[in-house]
Write a protein that binds this ligand. Sequence first.
Ligand SMILES: [Fe+2]
Ligand SMILES: [Fe+2]
Length: 199
Amino acid sequence: MEPNALTVIHKLVRHEIHAVSDRLAAAGDSDDRAVLEAIRRAAEMLRGHAEQEDAHLLPVLQAVAPELARRLDEQHHSLDRDMEAICASAEALQRLPMSRRVRARRQLHDAWNRFVADCLLHMDEEERAMQPLLGEGIVLSKVAESTLAMEQANADEFLANLWRAITPQERIAIERARLRLQLERAARRAEDCYEADAA
Ligand SMILES: [Fe+2]
Ligand SMILES: [Fe+2]
């Protein structure tokens, strides 16, 4: 499979959800607040990713493979519900007496790992079944395009995380696409200025 926007973003998602697993696996009494923040960040990223797919990919898929589109949409809802429950458990953990936290932490770790397993299966189905049907809709330059639409600080943070999760070749392809888009935009701006001056 050629790298594309879906596969590189899924690499980032896998990287982040495994990082939370590792954190939970090693968490002690002083880590509950940091674990909650890590879970919230992962939840935000996963929701954002699913929203992008709901808005841009599933409508395309709906036209060519409606049953697959329905199943993936249902999985998004189910994963979202599970994530809500995990966030609620991680918040409740903060209010427990220390004597009850060891058990609650272990349960949270188990729940998170089941959630990771479901996420991995979901992304695998998206890559094997949905991805071949999307064509140009998921070219790698879409990632470059979306970073140029972000606030600079958000784009910097996103890209720093992404570089940790993908190959050097994928990074170079995204950097090149960003540069090409920036040059095209600068050329368009220069042309507009020239036309305005000439008018
Ligand atoms: Fe998805
Ligand atoms: Fe996905």
